[in-house]
Design a protein around this ligand. Structure first.
Ligand SMILES: CC(C)(COP(=O)(O)OP(=O)(O)OC[C@H]1O[C@@H](n2cnc3c(N)ncnc32)[C@H](O)[C@@H]1OP(=O)(O)O)[C@@H](O)C(=O)NCCC(=O)NCCS
Length: 146
């Protein structure tokens, strides 16, 4: 049986998060960058499957608002509900921290992520034309946490 655990990440997880980030994004954020992000009003959820790190969701808090800075699941572990579980854990923690609204932006051609966010309940706010370096548009979303 597969044992999935989601826990809050801390500064000691910076290297693990950097590896997970590098498996999903180019350019990857290195350990020092990740440690810097984790130190600045951040909160992150880390998922492990049978003891192996397989995904994370990282957000930054500003009073009662937060931004989803990054979410990634290892390619081999996708489409098993881990992304949704990471978002759920992160939102529950943000709510405990007094956050009311979570914002994010995503490339409009990232079908899996767009599907995940919309089915999770995020509302589309707008479109930023050619926002990314490769010319892709960004969609912006928000979720009221209550
Ligand atoms: C986005 C990401 C985190 C989702 O993680 P995940 O563990 O696969 O997510 P889940 O399994 O919880 O849910 C994925 C959903 O997308 C759907 N999906 C997968 N590929 C899809 C595609 N090409 N088009 C539309 N929907 C798709 C799945 O069916 C699932 O929906 P369901 O729960 O309604 O069946 C993962 O794809 C990832 O790490 N991508 C690379 C990094 C990234 O793009 N991050 C987001 C940047 S904003």
């Amino acid at each position: 049986m597969t044992a999935i655990l989601i826990r809050e990440a801390n500064a000691e997880d910076a290297a693990t998060l950097a590896v997970l980030h590098g498996a999903s994004f180019q350019p990857a954020w290195d350990e020092a960058s990740m440690a810097g992000l984790l130190g600045k009003n951040a909160t992150a959820a880390l998922a492990t499957q049978d003891g192996k790190a397989v995904g994370f969701a990282l957000s930054r808090i500003a009073v009662d608002e937060a931004e989803l800075i990054s979410i990634a699941v290892s390619p081999m572990a996708r489409n098993q509900g881990l992304g949704r579980a990471l978002l759920s854990a992160l939102c529950a923690h943000l709510k405990e921290c007094g956050v009311h609204t979570l914002f994010l932006e995503v490339a409009s051609d990232n079908a899996a992520a767009v599907h995940l966010y919309e089915s999770f309940g995020f509302s589309r706010l707008g479109l930023r034309k050619k926002y990314y370096a490769n010319g892709a548009d960004a969609l912006t979303y928000s979720l009221t946490l209550g």
